[in-house]
Design a protein around this ligand. Structure first.
Ligand SMILES: Cc1cc2nc3c(=O)[nH]c(=O)nc-3n(C[C@H](O)[C@H](O)[C@H](O)COP(=O)(O)OP(=O)(O)OC[C@H]3O[C@@H](n4cnc5c(N)ncnc54)[C@H](O)[C@@H]3O)c2cc1C
Ligand code: SF4
Ligand code: SF4
Ligand code: SF4
Length: 381
């Protein structure tokens, strides 16, 4: 059974839970990340969970027919709501026009999870820098494929690998599944994200509707964050509202599996890989637009046909070497003190971790609040 894999880390993809015929596997985030918990009294040693696990084996596409593009959505509002250049929205729109269904990631208050839609995919726009909950998504995709629907699944490379393996193993029509991943820096803990939201709520004494991970308030290249409150106001000025990006970039809250990610490579598991077109100022200064620009790699013929069929984007062929993306070549690095961080967090809780790792002193916080207020005001003048 799957237990030995979880001991060696796990992508938290939910495939094993979906395939177990005895419902012996339950995934939870008690440890900080989604991981299976196996009830051995129910297990019949059928081995299905081991066979499906993408940690064991994953199939990448070759790079012979790979084509790289710069993509920018033509509609201003879509570009503004997307993290990069809106490549996702254009592909999703095309799939829905073809009577297909779209699976992607949404957020509400303290949770990040995948969901299905046949029409409005706007909530899926924007990166959520948290490991996403994929509970029941494999089975829903299986149903759609059985019913002859075209399916777009968007997610991390490990999630795409999981979906690809699941569909193949279940003998479902692979040609009806379009996999779109992104160059992936890694996913932080859903437990820490939930604690972060509660922490912000207690500081603000207000409830949060959702966290915006990278709204373009200060343009595409500046990583600004915001908390949308239930009373309708948006907080992008307090120290706490800007703190999650420090948690993300410190790598301390990242899934340990991400530091040895097998997908941090030019060879991809998906049909299309999306990314921010970092480095465009150097390679193609004429394309730069601070409203956002996507870099996209079409890895298969299916992927290329889809991208080239999108009518609501400006698109130009570029070279894969034009983009500055470390995680296209190697996984992100494990920071010193990773184990210590988790031991402190598990013993003392989130508020303590904030004070120890992410809190400047009182003066720093006050100056930071003032800086954000002035910056935002300047941008709105
Ligand atoms: C955890 C994470 C790490 C990333 N690391 C990098 C990186 O190192 N370099 C880089 O260039 N780009 C990275 N990205 C991707 C990038 O931020 C954009 O999401 C991507 O370029 C698509 O932008 P877009 O404008 O086309 O679409 P958007 O409208 O921004 O669409 C976002 C897409 O991402 C999916 N998604 C959002 N959050 C998650 C999540 N938590 N889990 C699974 N799927 C999710 C949605 O379903 C949707 O398809 C990362 C994204 C995430 C979520
Ligand atoms: S071996 Fe079979 S029954 Fe046991 S946990 Fe895995 S899938 Fe379930
Ligand atoms: S990687 Fe996926 S299939 Fe493998 S143990 Fe983890 S959740 Fe289960
Ligand atoms: S870095 Fe690799 S292992 Fe981590 S979420 Fe991304 S694809 Fe999965």
């Amino acid at each position: 059974m799957i237990k030995h894999i979880t001991e060696n880390n796990c992508f938290g993809c939910f495939a094993c839970e979906s395939i177990c015929p005895k419902s012996a596997i339950k995934i939870d985030s008690k440890t900080g990340f989604y991981k299976p918990d196996v009830d051995s009294s129910l297990c019949i040693e059928c081995g299905l969970c081991l066979n499906i696990c993408p940690k064991e084996q994953n199939e990448k596409n070759g790079i012979d027919n790979q084509v790289a593009y710069a993509i920018k959505h033509k509609e201003k509002s879509v570009l503004n709501e997307s993290t990069s250049g809106g490549a996702f929205s254009s592909i999703a729109n095309r799939v829905i026009e073809m009577n297909g269904v779209v699976y992607g990631c949404i957020t509400s208050r303290n949770e990040v999870r995948h969901t299905r839609t046949e029409s409005d995919y706007s909530e899926m726009r924007g990166s959520k820098y948290v490991q996403s909950n994929l509970s029941d998504i494999h089975n829903q995709i299986a149903n759609d494929l059985k019913n002859g629907r075209m399916v777009l699944f968007t997610g991390t490379p490990c999630q795409c690998s999981s979906m690809k393996k699941f569909v193949k193993q279940k003998n479902l029509p692979e040609d009806m599944l379009l996999l779109v991943d992104f160059i992936c820096h890694g996913t932080p803990s859903p437990k820490i994200f939930s604690d972060y939201i509660s922490y912000c709520e207690s500081k603000a004494e207000k409830n949060i509707k959702k966290h915006l991970f990278r709204p373009k308030i200060n343009g595409w290249t500046k990583h600004t964050e915001a908390n949308v409150l239930t009373d309708g106001t948006v907080d992008y000025q307090s120290y706490e509202s800007q703190m999650y990006k420090s948690i993300f970039h410190s790598h301390l809250a990242m899934n340990e599996t991400c530091f040895s990610c097998p997908f941090a490579s030019v060879e991809r598991v998906s049909d299309v890989t999306m990314a921010d077109f970092w480095g465009v100022q150097k390679s193609h200064p004429e394309f730069f637009d601070n409203r956002g620009l996507s870099f996209a790699l079409a890895n298969t013929k299916k992927g290329r046909d889809f991208v080239l069929g999108c009518m609501d984007i400006d698109i130009t062929e570029v070279s894969v070497d034009d983009v500055d993306q470390p995680q296209l070549h190697r996984p992100c690095s494990k920071p010193d003190g990773y184990e210590k961080f988790w031991s402190v967090y598990n013993k003392r809780g989130f508020s303590y971790v904030v004070k120890k790792y992410y809190h400047g002193g009182w003066l720093y916080r006050k100056l930071s609040d003032l800086y954000h207020k002035l910056k935002i005001r300047k941008n709105h003048e």
